[in-house]
Design a protein around this ligand. Structure first.
Ligand code: FES
Length: 123
């Protein structure tokens, strides 16, 4: 097994830093869910690229390491509030050893693209 633990810090909306760990290959959504991190509304569509509540803002140097954004992610990112040049959707970013210790900012406001259409279909 080549899996390794990666540590990720989140700067939450209240200014507090919260930290989670996950294995390489897991997504940032996995980090939040598996560590039970208290980020309100995060990951509402469970990683199916339907909500943009997993919007996170990266440090520029880290962002550059992440690689290409898919068209599907881009479309959903466009719907996120407070979009920045270094925004990504957390459910689409997988952990790598070289991302260990990165700090991500949680945007102040989230938007859930599904709220208007189908509110009750989370399972
Ligand atoms: Fe919904 Fe990432 S969790 S788009």
């Amino acid at each position: 097994r080549a899996e390794e633990k990666v540590t990720v810090h989140f700067l939450n909306r209240d200014g507090k830093r919260i930290t989670g760990k996950a294995l390489t290959g897991e997504s940032l959504l996995d980090v939040v869910v598996n560590n039970d991190l208290d980020i309100d509304g995060f990951g509402a569509c469970e990683g199916t690229l339907a909500c943009s509540t997993c919007h996170l803002i990266f440090e520029e140097a880290v962002y550059k390491k992440l690689g290409a954004v898919s068209d599907e992610e881009m479309d959903m990112l466009d719907l996120a509030y407070g979009l920045s040049d270094t925004s990504r959707l957390g459910c689409q970013v997988c952990l790598r050893k070289d991302l260990d210790g990165m700090i991500l900012r949680v945007p102040d406001v989230i938007s859930d693209a599904r709220v208007d259409s189908e509110k009750e279909s989370s399972t």
